[in-house]
Design a protein around this ligand. Structure first.
Ligand SMILES: [Zn+2]
Ligand SMILES: [Zn+2]
Length: 327
């Protein structure tokens, strides 16, 4: 950090204006390549804690909260409706708890809060003049419906014998990593399309009305964006996996944004423990729009020159890039 940066920034986690450290490339992409940090990143950091939580949730969901294969072998509204209710309850519990803990009860005050302002109550921008109610509406009415739709088609493909269920531990682990890379690539490509002006104006603007973020903003999207966003399921319509991987796919797509859009960089648990929560890299995308389209797990923005690490120098470089493009 330069002297200039330190005067520009207020880095004390408890201060009024908290701004996180600059975004760094994950060890997997740092050159010269160092094996141990890269391995630690892949085997632990990528999965901790959320990846482990999604896998731990997916197992009982498959055993106790998913209709039988026999039922799902016929594509009909009864069991799909039950899936919708199940998914709705999961999202409400997960995003709702985070919201209440951080933004309603303010259990950690402003500590690690990346937002500059409180969540909006702007009658023109949001349904019912309330960012939270508006975000809940789009997340549940549209988000849970697309999540459930893709998930139901995936189950039906396996339950009706169109693809075999693969019961192999090594392939299970491999498919989780494939999911992370595939979902991130899919997100980057879809997100670039969403920032194409005609699409942005009619579709993606719904998500971008959220400049300061809360957990319910994560999958508050236009239905067309949901169609793109939940499409990673389609891979499992061609490549056979265990149905638990299908559940992890849904949890990863639907719940991860509640955490990454929480507005807080870390979740403080007790006096000493803090775990990563909000994604500063994506929060910068909400603040400045034309940069950081992907995420740092697979840093495609580095290649496409749209990477902003949060520093003043990096922001100036991005501004120069836009001026050159729109001159
Ligand atoms: Zn977002
Ligand atoms: Zn965007």
């Amino acid at each position: 950090m330069t002297n200039h940066d330190s005067s520009f920034r207020e880095r004390d986690a408890g201060a009024e204006k908290y701004e996180p450290e600059n975004v760094e490339l994950p060890p997997l992409y740092v050159r010269p390549f160092r094996v141990l940090p890269a391995l630690r990143y892949l085997l632990f950091d990528v999965l901790f804690p959320l990846g482990f939580i999604y896998i731990a949730m997916a197992v009982p969901i498959w055993w106790y909260l998913t209709p039988s294969l026999e039922t799902m072998s016929v594509f009909e509204p009864g069991w799909i409706g039950l899936l919708w209710i199940r998914n709705c309850a999961i999202l409400v519990l997960f995003a709702g708890s985070l919201h209440v803990w951080l933004h309603r009860m303010k259990k950690q005050g402003r500590q690690y809060l990346m937002n500059r302002s409180p969540l909006a109550t702007d009658p023109k921008a949001f349904l019912w003049g309330d960012q939270i109610k508006d975000n809940m509406f789009w997340s549940i009415a549209s988000g849970v419906s697309f999540w459930t739709g893709f998930e139901a088609i995936s189950y039906w493909i396996y339950a009706s014998g169109r693809l075999p269920i693969v019961e192999n531990a090594a392939w299970f682990i491999a498919s989780i990593y494939i999911l992370f890379f595939w979902s991130t690539t899919n997100f980057y490509i879809g997100h670039r399309l969403l920032h194409w002006k005609p699409v942005y104006r009619h579709v993606h603007i719904l998500h971008h009305r959220n400049v300061d973020l809360g957990p319910w903003g994560g999958i508050s999207m236009h239905p067309v964006e949901h169609l793109l966003y939940f499409s990673p399921f389609v891979l499992w319509w061609i490549v056979p996996v265990h149905p638990i991987v299908i559940i992890v796919t849904g949890l990863y797509q639907a719940l991860n944004p509640a955490v990454s859009h929480s507005g807080f960089e870390y979740l403080r648990l007790g006096d000493k423990l803090k775990v990563s929560a909000g994604d500063w890299y994506h929060q910068l995308h909400h603040r400045y729009f034309n940069l950081n389209y992907g995420n740092k797990f697979l840093p495609i923005d580095k290649i496409t020159d749209s990477w902003h690490d949060g520093s003043d120098g990096s922001l100036q470089a991005q501004k120069q890039r836009w001026r050159a493009r729109f001159r």
